[in-house]
Design a binder for this molecule. Structure first.
Ligand code: SF4
Length: 366
């Protein structure tokens, strides 16, 4: 698909055309603002991808990954919020004083009514929503992490899952870096009774210190691997997204080996890897970050991404081949899986995987 079309999918919903309410609360240096969303389900015409609908319970993300591609959308969200309430002192101050990439992490908009709006949309929506029961995918968390710290308090993502669980034959994907998703295994199990559900846990390295530099406020790799194990043991399909693999930083042979081995041992159903793409707004944050944190790589990055937003084809193909080889070695399916059969296949692969050992909870239930 053309890059422009792909970028459209990152725009937040029509949330902030309405008045942003007063500050909901704060957590350290993060401020939460409440907003009433008019719509939360972005259809394929908006996402630019056939068969792909997105839902983002929040605008902005406190995890602050250096490579995050979703930062740019936040500036528009704040501008629209301020258009609705130019006198909003706190939001105005943050928009004025913080660079947009930092406001993305510090000024989080909470779509308080998202579950009700979604429930109404699915119940009373027009014919086009029928596509959702004919195989179109609803992806939660394309431009924000739906289980970032805000979710512990506001529970918007949980409410969205509850609304989806009222319907049959949906296909739902949740993308997250947070073990908080395991809080909702009860709703996920209910949803999975009548719909297809997958959780995609993002993990690019098992090196804790490196992860802290790259994703300063995201949960540790160990916490994410524990979440993979819990989800799997709860019967939820779980895939690990090793994306974006960062050239020269997380793509070493030993690093990838450790990553695939750990993911296989945690009981994931599959893994998929993809190299870094740097479109203009991600570039504005990421290249200065590299210059500061990994100065020896700065020139290489500038040269590699000077003419294109992706790594060269040869690099991408080599990365995929390497991860596929590791997957064969550790008995872990690569990429997507067929929705019906492979659960069994991957269960078989799992028990023969080197290093796989059921957790204490699983052992108790066996
Ligand atoms: S968790 Fe995702 S949305 Fe949040 S900062 Fe990281 S890459 Fe961006």
């Amino acid at each position: 698909m053309p890059p422009a079309a792909r970028q459209l999918s990152l725009f937040p919903d029509r949330v902030t055309r309405e008045r942003v309410l007063p500050v909901l609360g704060e957590q350290g240096d993060i401020r939460y603002f409440a907003a009433r969303a008019r719509g939360v389900l972005n259809d394929p015409r908006t996402t630019g991808i056939d068969g792909f609908w997105s839902v983002n319970p929040y605008v902005g993300c406190a995890f602050g990954c250096a490579y995050c591609y979703a930062r740019y959308a936040h500036r528009y969200a704040l501008e629209r919020a301020l258009a609705g309430d130019p006198a909003h002192e706190e939001l105005g101050r943050m928009a004025r004083e913080l660079p947009p990439w930092l406001a993305f992490e510090r000024a989080i908009v909470v779509k308080r009514n998202a579950p009700e709006v979604l429930a109404r949309t699915l119940r009373d929506g027009p014919e086009r929503f029928r596509a959702l029961t004919r195989g179109d995918q609803i992806v939660i968390g394309t431009a924000t992490d739906p289980y970032q710290p805000a979710e512990r308090r506001f529970r918007i993502t949980r409410g969205i899952l509850e609304a989806l669980a009222q319907h049959l034959d949906l296909s739902v994907v949740i993308i997250t870096k947070s073990p908080l998703v395991t809080r909702d295994v009860d709703v996920l199990a209910r949803l999975a009774r009548h719909s297809r559900v997958q959780v995609h846990v993002s993990l690019i390295t098992v090196d804790r210190e490196l992860a802290r530099r790259l994703e300063p406020r995201a949960p540790t790799p160990e916490a994410r691997l524990r979440a993979v194990r819990r989800l799997h043991e709860a019967g939820v399909r779980v895939r690990v997204n090793a994306m974006p693999v960062l050239p020269g930083i997380t793509d070493g042979a030993e690093q990838l080996d450790a990553l695939v081995r750990s993911v296989a041992a945690a009981g994931a159903d599959a893994i998929v890897a993809g190299s870094l793409a740097l479109r203009s707004t991600a570039r504005q944050r990421y290249l200065p970050f590299i210059a500061q944190e990994f100065p020896a790589l700065a020139a290489r990055y500038r040269a590699t991404y000077a003419r294109a937003h992706t790594a060269p084809e040869r690099y991408r193909a080599g990365l995929k081949a390497r991860v596929r080889t590791l997957c064969e070695q550790y008995g872990l399916p690569y990429g997507s899986w067929d929705d019906d059969a492979p659960r069994e296949m991957s269960a078989q692969a799992r028990v023969t995987r080197p290093g796989y050992a059921p957790s204490r909870a699983a052992r108790r239930s066996q």
